[in-house]
Design a protein. Sequence first.
Length: 115
Amino acid sequence: QVRLVESGGGLVQPGGSLRLSCAASESINSINVMGWYRQAPGKQRELVATISSGASTNYAGSVKGRFTISRDIFKNTVYLQMNSLKPEDTAVYYCYAAAPWGNYWGQGTQVTVSS
């Protein structure tokens, strides 16, 4: 069982920045892939970014160049730095972990981009 706790969401103006954090209850070195997904009202959940145990990263085309995923293995925490935010980035952001023994989701954190 891996418990994931997200934080850092909130309301920001277009062009602003936010940093999301996802604290894991297990060593993230033992987790194959961690990532962020998001779900906007009326839309399906979509991939935002992932980072592997080998530190390889992957981004959705819509966020590439604006968002950066990173991790701190000593804090067992994954981050999503979001810059140049747009209204279409408004969604609930979920942390995700794909471990050898199962897949896990956090409870989600709301990000609202609005003037």
